[in-house]
Design a protein around this ligand. Structure first.
Ligand SMILES: [Zn+2]
Length: 218
């Protein structure tokens, strides 16, 4: 669609960024095969340090789209929408109502997200101080390598966390649906449980054993 000459700046901008927001809208509606959209939109990206945290074997396509957009900082958070010139009422985070809703706040600094991420790390038997987008990304980029069960679980859980937080924000915004941290964690656990169903691990390994027990992996 060509933008009409008299269209507003913000409308023209929306048309311009349409390729970016399409997968998000699709991800929300979830009526179209996200893997199809993903394959169509997946850019011939230069190798970025966090490449392996998006495109890993066993990934969930609808999660990967949101993770990819988050890593590029292209998700339409309230701060970004305001910068684009959209007339929205507030820049306050939908999950806590306290801080400006930008990517870094939404996914790791917001108390709601911190609690969820803390629970995920707990289930992975990991104890970490501090929680920010930069610190978690640097940590994950460095450590989410290899094929051990802990790495597989962490990659799925990290993607599930980003997707879950984004989905929760949109549920509250568009559907007036509020879900608890426990419900989001339950979804992530279920996703991981199903993804790893029937996979063979070294059950004698103590870490694997703890992971299987904590995440309900059969
Ligand atoms: Zn918040």
């Amino acid at each position: 669609m060509e933008a009409p000459k008299n269209a507003s700046w913000s409308f023209k901008y929306l048309l311009k960024i349409r390729p970016e927001i399409t997968p998000i809208l699709v991800g929300l509606v979830q009526e179209v095969s996200t893997s199809y959209i993903w394959d169509k939109l997946r850019p011939p990206a230069p190798k970025v340090p966090w490449h392996h945290m998006v495109w890993f074997s066993g990934r969930i396509s609808k999660h990967s789209i949101i993770v990819w957009m988050a890593l590029l900082n292209r998700l339409p958070t309230r701060v970004r929408l305001l910068r684009m010139g959209l007339a929205i009422e507030t820049d306050k985070c939908l999950l806590c109502g306290e801080e400006a809703e930008n990517r870094d706040h939404l996914f790791f600094e917001c108390q709601f997200a911190r609690d969820l991420w803390g629970s995920i790390l707990n289930l992975c038997c990991i104890s970490r101080e501090g929680c920010s987008w930069e610190s978690e990304l640097a940590w994950a980029t460095l450590l989410f390598k290899g094929k051990s069960l802990i790495v597989v679980v962490l990659k799925l859980a990290w993607s599930g966390h980003i997707y879950g937080i984004w989905n929760e924000k949109n549920g509250r915004l568009f559907e007036n649906r509020v879900r608890s941290n426990d419900e989001l964690l339950g979804d992530i656990k279920e996703t991981i449980r199903i993804r790893l169903l029937g996979k063979v691990f070294n059950r004698l390994d103590l870490v694997n054993n703890a992971l299987c027990a904590n995440w309900g992996i059969a």
